[in-house]
Ligand binder design. Sequence first.
Ligand code: CA
Length: 234
Amino acid sequence: MASVLVVEDDPFVRSALIRHLTEASHTVRSVGTALEALREVAHHRFDLVVLDLGLPDLDGSEALKMLRGITDVPVIIATARDDEAEIVRLLNAGADDYLTKPFSVEHLSARMAAVLRRARFGAGEDTSSAVLRVGGLTVDPLRRQAELDGVRLDLTRREFDLLAFLARRPGVVVSRRELLAEVWQQSYGDDQTIDVHLSWLRRKLGETAARPRYLHTLRGVGVKLEPPGAEPPR
Ligand code: CA
């Protein structure tokens, strides 16, 4: 069972969530503002955060951004706004999933189970825990650490999953749709989500789209990871 932080300012919604989660044997802490939520995640370890977007002190996307600055904990956003553009923006900003209010407890349970499963077992990974090597890049799935030329990379959970997925199939072109399905485990989403994460990963690998070393984007096709020099210069 999971340790959950509920961030919700509406006392009725909040107590209903706490009751339901506690009945489902989860450990729950709850706060009513974004700043309290930031303090909580800085001091306690959670398996999951349920974040209401309509908080009194900070805009939801701002709160999410600050949360992401501190922790990689899975976040499910709860929004009263059924605004697709906004939801896509929040998924890009690091939310793991979302629920549109009002939602049923069954719906929340299903989303929670999926998000926790993904976080625990690593998205899209097979069961092998062998260390992966692609050129000077080392990816250790078990310890969830990656190094480039012996220097530890500071990756978010998602960036790590993305890198590990690609490192398991070096030289193979993977489509964005496949990444979305395998790494994000979503059938819904847009290419922008993938592109944003790829660009972050690329930056951490110290390269640019114009001068790729490991991460090669093939326009309209997909992306592949391979050691520098594997492809003859064009
Ligand atoms: Ca609210």
